[in-house]
Design a protein around this ligand. Structure first.
Ligand code: SF4
Length: 434
């Protein structure tokens, strides 16, 4: 059933064309499909309290998870550094999924290689895959750094990345001084935000090793966390520039994930310069824009770099005020007048639009930091959260979110659904009034 080139249909419309309807009908008969009335009855039942109880009693099955694999987060962190190629020690299928996911989301080519482990590597270990993979990647794609993470397969058989990378360097796969940071990223624990954290710590510890100086370079480091909206990072850069702050973004993937179309393919657009990242150890302080995607990285910076590490999530008026005040404190520079005027405009827009948002009930799902920030902003607008679902939740997050909800009269009705998936959310949304 070819598309009509004069009227290309989206899949939703395409599947309603007569030939597809006929095809589905034929398929149903062939498969001994159920009576439409029975399908309708079950569909209605899935909207009931009875079904909801069964859905929430589910233990050993996840349906439509609201989280991704650890390596996905690790690759997301890696591409924010200049000329960096993510390299995944593991099976090709996993890596194809991460690449596809990121490429589709950003509509940009997302590069990442796999060591293509198959049955033999699963039995005998993946050392040879690492040796060949690093050599091929270095020769073919000419990166400045290769950031290695793992899939579940490599973790289950216990591949030791540090030993493997040392062996690969000794075998001549890459030069001895070529940076190959790594992070173990087993997806049977944590999620993409854990992988982001592991890789960020791996890259920073590799690049800054032996670079500590006796004096500070006076800069401020920013780490965005697993924030998929690159506009936020650009806004932080704009704010820092308005302040006149000398700064380094650690993992600046804004150009990589939103590259200009120049007609030329650039495999590594933008990214934090490796020498700037190496010098980040000598900065005055590090401001981290997410808490739950960065615990290990923050602990590492505080302990090893001996720097002030500040968590600040500038969403909404109050949190952005706190962010600007903190920047002013850290740098001794006044808050730029332009930002004060913008703040006034934002408050004006909130006041003008209150009739549409105030008192509106909403459900939300997402990563802990994003949910915390959006809920905080919505409470400022007078909107009322009802269901808050965070699949990759943790106790620290639940406590701080509850405290935020308790701080506002609009947060009283909210219920936090930790560790639940999007099929749970479906039940909750079906019975929002309950
Ligand atoms: S859960 Fe593990 S095996 Fe599955 S796609 Fe993610 S990394 Fe691969």
């Amino acid at each position: 059933m070819p598309q009509n080139p004069d009227k290309i249909q989206d899949h939703v419309e395409l599947f309603h064309q007569p030939e597809y309807k006929q095809l589905f009908q034929n398929k149903k008969e062939f498969e001994n499909g159920h009576d439409p009335a029975e399908v309708e009855r079950v569909a209605e039942w899935t909207k009931s309290w009875d079904y909801r109880e069964k859905n929430f009693a589910r233990e050993a099955l996840t349906v439509n998870p609201a989280k991704g694999c650890q390596p996905l987060g690790a690759m997301f962190a890696a591409v924010g550094f200049e000329g960096t190629l993510p390299f995944v020690q593991g099976s090709q299928g996993c890596v194809a999924y991460f690449r596809t996911h990121l490429t589709r989301h950003y509509k940009e080519p997302f590069s990442g290689v796999s060591s293509s482990m198959t049955e033999d590597a699963a039995v005998f270990g993946g050392l040879q895959n690492m040796i060949d993979g690093l050599a091929n990647s270095y020769t073919l794609y000419k990166p400045k750094m290769i950031a290695v993470c793992t899939t579940c397969m490599a973790e289950v058989i216990g591949d030791d990345l540090q030993a493997f990378i040392t062996n690969a360097k000794n075998a001549g796969s890459v030069p001895q001084d070529f940076p190959v940071p790594y992070a173990h990223t087993p997806s049977f624990v944590g999620s993409h935000i854990t992988g982001y954290d592991n890789m960020m710590k791996g890259i920073l510890s590799t690049l800054t090793a032996g670079k500590k100086k006796s004096t500070s370079n006076g800069k401020i480091n920013f780490i965005s966390g697993f924030d998929t909206y690159v506009g936020n990072l650009r806004e932080v850069k704009r704010i820092a520039s308005l302040f006149g702050i000398d700064y380094t973004i650690l993992s600046d993937n804004s150009d990589y994930l939103d590259a200009p179309n120049t007609g030329e393919f650039d495999m590594y657009p933008g990214g934090t310069k490796l020498e700037d990242a190496a010098d980040a150890i000598n900065a005055k302080a590090t401001v981290v824009l997410q808490a739950h995607s960065t615990p290990k990285t923050r602990e590492y910076i505080a302990k090893e770099w001996k720097q002030d590490v500040v968590v600040s999530r500038p969403w909404g008026i109050k949190a952005t005020d706190e962010f600007l005040v903190k920047l002013s404190e850290l740098t001794g520079k006044p808050i730029p007048e332009e930002l004060e005027i913008e703040r006034g405009r934002a408050v004006d827009a909130m006041t003008d639009s209150h009739a549409w948002v105030h008192g509106k009930r909403f459900a939300i799902y997402g990563d802990p930091d994003l949910v915390y920030s959006v809920v905080g902003f919505m409470l400022e607008l007078g909107a009322e959260p009802v269901h808050i679902l965070v699949h990759n939740s943790n106790e620290v997050f639940e406590k701080e979110l509850q405290a935020l909800l308790d701080s506002s009269p609009f947060g009283k009705e909210a219920k936090i659904w930790a560790g639940k998936d999007l099929w749970h959310l479906r039940s909750l949304m079906r019975l929002l009034s309950g």
